[in-house]
Design a binder for this molecule. Structure first.
Ligand code: CA
Length: 223
């Protein structure tokens, strides 16, 4: 099981990332300062580092510079609110492997994490997800239900992708919110229910079952 070091000082984001990584099957250790981050990264035992730029003591670029200087070669993915090209380039030149601008959806970060952990197997990545006669091509972004093509908005696409990665499992509104909308979304929002309704209209209501008090489940109706 890959062990991931998360250097992030905002508790909400740190727990969002750590919870998501654990539910995706990784081990996650969270530290909230640059100094602790450097100490953990140098002590070893990590397969990947997720590094915030805005930290209370020293910034993420300095953390990166010092860990690289200490000979640490672990892949580093930078998280930052600063989306300017200059910062990206500074980060990548400083030895970061990838870059995710905030705010981000967990699935975006997870995709980068998986890519960095298995760089040679990226070509083998599944590109078509399916369950029963419902399928989604991740490259062409085309969905089909019962053999007929379905046009999806960007959000509907991500929602369907999330269901297809967890077929027959009950996904709670909270899980769907964090995976599809991101950590900065109001947990009291009914946006999940609204989008499940949109998706039902497009792929067939019988495929997305409401599990009362728990959430939603993607099923493959018979016949
Ligand atoms: Ca921060």
């Amino acid at each position: 099981m890959a062990n991931i070091l998360v250097i992030e000082d905002e508790p909400g984001i740190a727990s969002f990332v750590a919870k998501g990584l654990r539910s995706a099957g990784f081990q996650a250790t969270v530290v909230g300062t640059g100094a602790e981050g450097i100490a953990h990264a140098i002590s070893g035992g990590y397969d990947l580092v997720v590094l915030d730029i805005g930290l209370p003591d020293i910034d993420g670029f300095e953390v990166l510079r010092r860990t690289r200087q200490a000979g640490v070669r672990t892949a580093v993915i930078i998280l930052t609110a600063r989306t300017s090209v200059d910062d990206t380039v500074a980060g990548l030149e400083g030895g970061a492997d990838d870059y995710v601008p905030k705010p981000f959806r967990f699935e975006e970060l997870l995709a980068r994490v998986r890519l960095r952990l298995r760089p040679d197997s990226a070509a083998d990545e599944v590109t078509v997800l399916s369950h029963g006669d419902l399928s989604l091509d991740l490259r062409t972004r085309q969905a089909s239900a019962g053999g007929r093509p379905v046009d999806l908005s960007a959000r509907e696409f991500t929602l369907l992708e999330t269901f297809l990665r967890h077929p027959e499992q009950v996904l709670s509104r909270e899980q769907l919110l964090s995976r599809v909308w991101g950590y900065d979304f109001d947990p009291g929002s009914n946006v999940v229910d609204v989008y499940v309704r949109y998706l039902r209209r497009k792929v067939g209501a019988e495929r997305l079952v409401t599990v009362r008090g728990m959430g939603y489940r993607l099923v493959a109706p018979q016949g």
